[in-house]
Ligand binder design. Sequence first.
Ligand code: F6R
Length: 359
Amino acid sequence: EKGAYEHYMLKEIDEQPAVMRALQQVYLNADGTVEIDDEMLTAIKNSERIYVVAAGTSYHAGLVGRELFEKIAQVPTEVHVASEFAYNPPLLAEKPFFIFLSQSGETADSREVLKRVNEWNYPSLTITNVPNSTLSREASYTMLLHAGPEIAVASTKAYTAQVAVEAILAKAIGQMKGLQKAIEFDLKKELTLVANAMQIMVDEKYNMEMLADEYLKTTRNAFYIGRGIDYDVAIEAALKLKEISYIQTEGFASGELKHGTIALIEEGTPVIAIITNELTAAHTRSNVQEVIARGANVIRIVMDSLSQDQDQIVIPEVHPLLTPLVSIIPAQLLAYYASKNRGYDVDKPRNLAKSVTVE
Ligand code: F6R
């Protein structure tokens, strides 16, 4: 039921802080350790490499997962688009572990890959929002997203739930391996900070509506840019905007723009920069200057400690590997208001279905 909300998408955006709290309840013990099936953790620990397989927004959550699995759990990780993997699998490590990310648990492209993985007898985990879904039944293990039903076609709370579950899993793997970094990764504290930061961002609706109105009302194209984990978010932010507002939007690595794509920047082209990483903030800011010099209208989404006076969207400080959970929210809201302002059906964009059960 969407109740007082005009659209499910806005309701689901608003539910994200509560989903973070639910995940803490489900997966974290009082002492901050993680409660996850030991047999599954052992299977991951005994593998050499994680292969994340997913589609669309879930694939984008996987890109953030790679950062978490590599940096917190020290497991080399590859992320693959399911439809590409199915008929052109990469050369696999000798002991692979597969993770399928899927809100619905029914995506045909991912099911096709899991079929092969089962034929090869490799262990797998499905992370999904739907208990007993096909991908859940066919994988060796399941973790649930506990996000509640997601009705809007554009995925929002499932993305942040996927990233949070990946963080929890990364901690559990690292904890089992006895890694100091994983033991110190205090998810009770960090996810509480995230939930509070998310609340602050979802309360910025009026400002996001004004920005969408000013920057995205009539444009035909737009760009999101970022580096590292902000690039992972840029790709998801671009998908959100394009799928419901029909503005042609691309997510780009900030430093890569000047190698060709910058030719597309014209007077008035919206460019939205995500800046949450201390190491690369200055570089991205200089890329922002390059597009401003060519006439771009720039919106900056910046983490508090790195923010400057003219930045329009400032996100509260959270753990550097968890910034996607917060920086995606203004992008979700910008997409929502851009679609609404343009008079489109926000919850049911043209040509799209909630779950894609054909290859
Ligand atoms: C975009 C979106 C899609 C899905 C994709 C995978 O907002 O919702 O890109 O993420 O179709 O679906 P699931 O996660 O159900 O496998």
